[in-house]
Each structure stands twice: as C-alpha cells, then as structure tokens.
Write a protein of this length. Structure first.
Length: 162
C-alpha cells in the first residue's frame, strides 16, 4: 500500500469515488458543507495501483478536521494509515488537535476512532435531519437498522514536537 496526496491523482478518480460511496462529492456536516473532491487529503493505493482508501481534511487555525475517511478493505490498516498521515500533516501545519464528525448509527467508526485516541466531545441532536434539507440523498436508516439522526464530534489533541 502506498499513501499519496489527493493532488497526485486525477480529480475524476476522486469525484467518481465520492459519487459511488457518498452519493456525491458534497458532504454536509454541522461544521459546514464541503466538496470533498476539492479538499486536501490522502489516497491509499494498492500495490496493483487501485484506490483502496481516501481521507480528506481541512485546516482552520490550529484545528484540523477530517471530513471523510473511507477504507474499501476492512482490517488491513488502510484507515489507520490514512488517519496517521493526516495527523502528521496537521502537526506539521501547527495544529493543536484533529477532530471529526460521525453519525450516531456508525458504531463501527465510533469504536475505530476511540481505539486511535479520539474522544467524544460534543453531540449535535437532529443534525442529520438538517443536513438532509441540503443533501436529501442521505438515508433515513443505516444498514444496521439504526435511524440516522445525530452527529457526534470526536477529537484528539496532538503532541507537538519541537
């Protein structure tokens, strides 16, 4: 696996990825509306040259926010490698913390993030209902049977090296 910056791959590849996996490149969160194929990020490429993971982020002040994180193969270290690369970049840019938002139904992601040092910081009740007004293709129910309603903010303080 090789991790490269999103600006090193064709934008069409990113646009297609977000369209297939998210319905469109547009991501609607409590923190804003983002066009993910235009954001900074990192791509995980397989040894055969196919895209197997993707993470996008923004930096504002001393906060880095992960906007999207996708791994096409579970338990292979792809998501972890992408998050680590974003954390390294955030640290290099002088950020104090990395944060991210996920939804209440995403119990797998909640466990994944917490195992990597992220802590629950804030709950945004009914945030997804508000997001559906902008992006109506967001489903009402997750594949696991949990209604998708709320957003959870998680964060991790970075240890800055001098």
């Amino acid at each position: 696996m090789k991790i490269i910056a999103t600006n090193e791959v064709e934008k069409r590849l990113l646009t297609d990825f977000f369209t297939v996996h998210w319905g469109s490149p547009r991501m609607v969160l409590s923190s804003g509306v983002y066009i993910c194929d235009e954001l900074d990020g990192f791509v995980a490429m397989s040894d055969a040259g196919s895209l197997i993971g993707l993470c996008t982020y923004t930096v504002e002040g001393d906060d880095c926010e992960i906007i999207s994180l996708d791994s096409l193969e579970e338990n292979k270290g792809i998501g972890t490698a992408l998050m680590k690369r974003v954390e390294e970049e955030a640290e290099a840019r002088g950020c104090q913390r990395v944060r991210l938002i996920t939804t209440n139904d995403n119990v797998h992601a909640l466990a994944f993030y917490q195992r990597r040092g992220y802590r629950l910081m804030e709950l945004f009740p009914n945030a997804v209902e508000k997001a559906r007004k902008i992006k109506p293709e967001i489903p009402l129910m997750a594949d696991n049977g949990i209604p998708i309603r709320d957003e959870l903010l998680l964060g991790k303080d970075l240890v800055l090296h001098s």
